[in-house]
Design a protein around this ligand. Structure first.
Ligand SMILES: [Cu+2]
Length: 68
C-alpha cells in the first residue's frame, strides 16, 4: 500500500469530508481515505492502480480544488 497526501480547496465541513471519502473510495485500488477539514488535508491509502493524478482527477470531478 502507498499513501498519497494532498490538500484540496472546498473542504469546509463534515459533509464535504464525506463527499471526498465517498468519491475516492469508489475508485478501484483505494483502501482508505482520511480527511481533515481544518487543514483541508486528504490522505489516501491505495495500491499501485492509483497515483497522484488519479486522486487529483477524482477530487476535481467531485467539485473540489486539489493543490497539485
Ligand atoms: Cu461541506
Amino acid at each position: 500500500m502507498e499513501t498519497t497526501t494532498l490538500t484540496a480547496g472546498g473542504i469546509v465541513c463534515g459533509g464535504c469530508a464525506n463527499s471526498v471519502k465517498k468519491a475516492l473510495l469508489a475508485v478501484p485500488g483505494v483502501a482508505d481515505v482520511a480527511v481533515e477539514v481544518a487543514t483541508q488535508r486528504v490522505t489516501v491509502t491505495h495500491d499501485e492502480r492509483v497515483d497522484r493524478a488519479t486522486v487529483v482527477g477524482t477530487l476535481t470531478k467531485a467539485g473540489f480544488t486539489p493543490a497539485s
